[in-house]
Design a protein around this ligand. Structure first.
Ligand code: M6R
Length: 629
């Protein structure tokens, strides 16, 4: 976190998709396809590749990567240099023609692109006037033509001609890009560049890779360079140079990736989502490991890069994030306020950057992001830093843009999360908020005894979740009972409100059943009109300070014949007597209960989606990393 603060650009909207490129001595096609499969979570409406072997050979297919593989299985493309892409459609519907790579006017150059060329219409007009014709509806094809025409306009003797052509073209582009380019007249060179869309170089033995994230290449090399905005890279099999599009000198750092490919494989699980739900005992252990100080009954978070004095001086915290990470932030708000008595405000990252949130120099901003690449969160981070505030990050993806641009933070160490529906990242984020609450609390009002008790609670979590997961079959049966409903309501109060929001998001994003989360007492202010015997209410009602009030709200639902599924503390027979179905969770500290209560909700949405035959790991219209504003 906060390792590099260079390359900070004005925030621009970014787009999803995944790039993999290879240059070396091996056959490129299998390496590219394997990389694309690992990046498929970034976008999955079409894919394609181009291999250079004397001339360009291109194959593109709408739909999943398996379609492209099938298409290539009869006629594989041979060659040791190639580029490939998996797409999440922005400009132009998903079809074979709009899939990447795109070619230039002379069909000699191929280019793959993540991002958006904002001035594509103006560039297109110029190119059309110069006689170019286009096949697709994409902005990327215009970029390919632009680089191609730059290349053609340069004398053949120009040193680094393809690199120069790319640089000259990108100087005309407004917008964002991660690009990889090959040209039939430069059979030993692959060039790339980034602005606002991640790109990582993989350094192998007589081979190089370029990819949108490390998961695509770690099977082949662990030595990587995370490119920065405006980096321009030229690769051959055994050399690479990194320059800047801005003509300023560019510095880079070679890192070793700590990533095991088996972590990104399904193993015996049918879906990544289920695998990741079951990984939570381990991911929570990893979030806590080495971060507890029993002697001081506190937490140790060295990556915050803040002295004890600076931590003591924090008077206000603003947490900002999107989706599941925002829900973890809602839980975090309650944890920090409750343990440390510091006022916390939570805001959608997409709203934060456009509103004039008053802050003073004792305000600390915390951004939360599993991927570390979410455009809205990155925009909020940049806006907060532009205003001069210290920004901490809670990220999973090491080396991600958000992790690099924050002043400090805490890594989740949850391992790769591949399922589009976030699961283990939520519980890791909440665990880190618990550690932060403990640390800040022990500097203020939390006693040694309270701190020690809290530590015991944190240490108990992995075993408690392991026990909870044993209820999977029971939860599947409950999912079967309710799978045909049109709508579900989730209720939780205080620290459980974020869990209600998260439970509802999980349900809608993978099952497509309408679901909403509310603070339970809001029921009577309008939501109650939705209650009927076809609309189940899911109550998160552990044995906490608001249990009795929650029970009253449950009674209001029951009185209107609404079915109830309750998440209750083990042994709470009063709750079980009111609910139609009850899932018990172990007793825990109020601030740690969300980490337990969310697990049955994750399983409930998972099994509902499976029973409805949904594509659990790749739900419609979504992508794992939302790099679009
Ligand atoms: O990578 P991030 O944590 O920044 O992602 C934020 C959201 O896009 C993400 O949590 C999204 O809501 C998930 N699909 C939820 O399951």
């Amino acid at each position: 976190m906060g390792l590099e603060l260079t390359g900070r650009a004005r925030y621009l909207p970014l787009f999803m998709c995944g790039i993999v490129a290879y240059i070396g001595k091996k056959e490129a096609q299998p390496l590219l396809l394997d990389g694309l499969r690992r990046l498929e979570y970034r976008g999955y409406d079409s894919s394609g590749l181009a291999i250079l072997n004397g001339s360009l050979h291109v194959s593109k297919k709408v739909g999943r990567i398996s379609n492209l593989e099938e298409c290539l299985s009869g006629a594989p493309l041979s060659g040791t240099i190639g580029i490939s892409h998996t797409r999440w459609a922005t400009h132009g519907e998903p079809n074979d023609t709009n899939a990447h790579p795109h070619l230039d006017n002379r069909k000699k150059l191929a280019l793959v692109h993540n991002g958006v060329v904002e001035n594509y219409q103006a560039l297109k007009r110029k190119l059309v006037a110069a006689g170019h014709t286009f096949e697709s509806e994409t902005d990327t094809e215009i970029l390919a033509h632009l680089v191609g025409s730059m290349y053609d306009s340069l004398p053949a003797s120009t040193p680094h001609r393809l690199e120069t052509a790319l640089k000259l073209a990108l100087k005309q582009v407004q917008g964002t890009y991660g690009v990889a380019v090959v040209h039939a007249d430069e059979p030993d060179v692959l060039v790339g560049a980034r602005r606002g869309s991640p790109l990582v170089l993989g350094i192998g033995q007589d081979e190089h890779f370029l990819a949108s994230d490390v998961s695509a290449i770690v099977a082949h090399t662990q030595k990587v360079v995370y490119l920065k905005d405006f980096d321009l890279i030229t690769l051959t099999g055994n050399s690479f140079t990194i320059k800047s599009i801005t003509d300023k000198p560019s510095e880079f750092q070679i890192s070793e990736v700590d990533y095991r490919t088996e972590d990104a494989e399904l193993g015996s699980f049918p879906h990544f989502m289920l695998k990741e739900i079951f990984e939570q005992p381990t991911s929570i252990q990893n979030a806590v490991r080495g971060r507890l100080n029993a002697e001081e009954a506190s937490a140790v978070l060295g990556g915050l890069n803040m002295s004890p004095q600076e931590l003591r001086e924090v008077e206000r915290i603003v947490i900002t994030a999107c989706g599941t990470a925002l829900h973890a932030g809602i839980v975090g708000e309650h944890i920090i306020e409750s343990l440390a008595h510091i006022p916390v405000e939570i805001d959608f990252a997409s709203e934060f950057r456009y509103r004039n949130c008053p802050m003073d120099r004792r305000t600390l901003v915390i951004v939360v992001s599993q991927s570390g690449e979410t455009a809205d969160t990155l925009g909020a981070l940049r806006e907060a830093r532009r205003r001069g505030y210290r920004v901490l990050g809670i990220c999973n993806n090491v080396g991600s843009t958000i992790a690099r641009e924050t002043d400090g933070g805490v890594y989740m160490h949850a391992g790769p999360e591949i399922g589009v529906a976030a699961t283990k990242s939520f519980t890791s984020q909440v665990t880190i908020f618990a550690l932060l609450g403990l640390l800040l609390g022990r500097m203020r009002f939390l006693s040694f005894t309270q701190g020690s008790e809290f530590i015991k609670g944190l240490e108990a979590l992995p075993d408690q979740i392991t026990k909870l997961l044993k209820q999977a079959d029971k939860i599947r049966a409950i999912a079967d009972k309710y799978k045909s409903v049109k709508s579900m309501l989730y209720f939780g109060r205080n620290v459980q409100y974020g869990v209600a929001m998260e439970g509802a998001l999980k349900m809608k994003e993978i099952s497509y059943i309408h679901a909403e989360g509310y603070p339970a007492a809001e029921l009577k202010h309008g939501v109650i009109a939705m209650i009927d015997h076809h609309t189940p209410s899911i109550f998160i009602v552990p044995n906490d300070s608001l249990r009795n009030k929650n029970i009253s709200t449950m009674q209001e639902v029951k009185a209107r014949k609404g079915p109830i599924i309750a998440i209750a503390t083990e042994g709470d027979e009063d709750v079980a007597a009111i609910a139609d179905d009850t899932i018990f969770v172990p007793a825990a500290h109020e601030c740690l209960l969300p980490i337990l209560a969310v697990v049955p909700l994750q399983l409930f949405s998972y099994y509902t989606a499976v029973l409805l035959n949904r594509d659990v790991d790749k739900p419609r219209n979504l992508a794992k990393s939302v790099t679009v504003e």
